[in-house]
Design a binder for this molecule. Structure first.
Ligand SMILES: *[C@@H]1O[C@H](CO)[C@@H](O)[C@H](O)[C@H]1NC(C)=O
Ligand SMILES: *[C@@H]1O[C@H](CO)[C@@H](O)[C@H](O)[C@H]1NC(C)=O
Ligand SMILES: *[C@@H]1O[C@H](CO)[C@@H](O)[C@H](O)[C@H]1NC(C)=O
Ligand SMILES: *[C@@H]1O[C@H](CO)[C@@H](O)[C@H](O)[C@H]1NC(C)=O
Length: 370
């Protein structure tokens, strides 16, 4: 993976510092505040959908750590929350949360249900989120002159990390419409083009450090299995729906190539591709390694084994119950991961081992580009 670094069109010395920051202590200490702007769907939504639609996601969501529902589809923290804690940042607030938000360390634009496309139900597509970033940046500049607004400087806008975790809903929606594998593959170019356009829109606004996650194994989610499986012959060796995982892998392959291309095209930027699929798949393949017992079964749901997922009796409905020990589960509600799984996911992201080029998020966000 390290020789990928050489391909990045950036000053070699800087690259070297990023990979081996011990060699360049002065540079790595130059900038200590990490600023993160995040774009995505429910995998990283800290409560935006509930705030935007004026809805309430009740207990048992938020029962761990927050001890109250926060609008996260999780019993506790999302992987992005663990990343913020790891980077010694306050947890990022949702852009759409009007009360109590703090944007000192960046903004989280992710909205549950979001895809790359504007839909009737979720108008917060990736391009809308990029537009909201433009609005936020303008507003911050305008208010800075008056001494108010978010405390993010121009330098911090330029040196911030711009992370994107999108695609799960695009791939899922394509398959829920009864598409074949080939029909999904045919839709990938337009999905990827939208991601490219939004990334370039952010680049135009000054973003230079991109941290782009691929999508996880959709076919291992209890919801997918409970609602979409027709015949056991559709399962892979882990008991996951092969079609859904293959579609996710096809999307990821395209995204990886897109990142390679953008790395060549946006010469003053660094584009890091993070293999979320590998990180999440490992939770299903080797659950015992992390203390998990029932990787294909939702902790919070209805119906019991094998998936504990029944349509319209999902987590948050009075007809659903949470398991006694969520730390033994990978899936919280059949779609989203438990806090325990998110902790593992975050630590793997932080390790740098799943990044192409090999980079640690910590050194990435602390390095000064300009
Ligand atoms: C930000 O301000 C510039 C002019 O300074 C304007 O052209 C652009 O449309 C604004 N963007 C948003 C999203 O408000
Ligand atoms: C997909 O096919 C199933 C039957 O195989 C049908 O019940 C369902 O309505 C179809 N869904 C869509 C969106 O066409
Ligand atoms: C991406 O941007 C290009 C150039 O502005 C535009 O022609 C194209 O339609 C956009 N693609 C999508 C999928 O929105
Ligand atoms: C399940 O799939 C197998 C292999 O394709 C087939 O032989 C079998 O008839 C299917 N069973 C049902 C219930 O459709």
């Amino acid at each position: 993976m390290r020789d990928q670094c050489a391909k990045v069109h950036l000053q070699f010395a800087f690259k070297l510092c990023l990979s081996l920051s011990a060699l360049c202590p002065a540079l790595s200490l130059a900038h200590s505040k990490c600023v993160l702007f995040n774009f995505g769907d429910s995998n990283t939504d800290p409560g935006a959908l509930m705030a935007a639609l004026g809805l309430y996601l009740g207990p048992p969501s938020g029962q761990q750590f927050f001890h109250r529902p926060t609008g996260r589809f999780c019993n506790g923290r999302l992987y992005i929350d663990f990343i913020c804690q790891n980077l010694k940042m306050d947890l990022l607030s949702a852009y759409l949360e009007s009360s109590g938000s703090d944007f000192t360390y960046g903004v989280n634009f992710a909205v549950s249900g979001a895809s790359t496309e504007v839909s009737l139900y979720i108008p917060f597509s990736l391009s809308t989120q990029a537009g909201q970033f433009g609005h936020f940046q303008n507003r911050t500049r305008e208010l800075r002159r008056r001494g108010t607004g978010a405390k993010i400087s121009e330098k911090e806008f330029n040196n911030a990390v711009y992370s994107v975790d999108i695609g799960q809903n695009d791939v899922n929606l394509a398959l829920v419409a009864n598409s074949s594998y080939q029909q999904v593959v045919d839709k990938l170019p337009i999905i990827l083009e939208r991601i490219e356009n939004s990334t370039k829109a952010l680049h135009k606004l000054g973003a230079r450090k991109f941290w782009i996650y691929n999508t996880g194994p959709l076919g291992c989610l209890p919801q997918t299995l409970a609602l979409r499986k027709k015949n056991d012959s559709e399962l892979d060796e882990l008991g996951c729906l092969a079609l859904y995982n293959n579609a996710a892998k096809a999307f990821n392959e395209g995204l990886s190539k897109l990142c390679d291309n953008m790395r060549l095209e946006l010469k003053d930027a660094i584009v890091v591709y993070v293999d979320m699929y590998a990180i999440k798949y490992d939770l299903f393949a080797n659950p015992a390694k992390y203390g998990f017992k029932n990787p294909l079964m939702a902790c919070c749901g209805n119906g019991g084994p094998p998936y504990n997922y029944v349509d319209k009796k999902t987590c948050g409905e009075p007809t659903a119950n949470a398991c006694i020990d969520p730390s033994q589960y990978v899936s919280w509600d059949g779609v989203h991961y438990t806090e325990a799984a998110n902790a593992v996911i975050a630590s793997k992201i932080m390790s740098g081992e799943y990044s192409k080029p090999y980079l640690k998020l910590e050194s990435f966000c602390k390095e000064v580009l300009f």
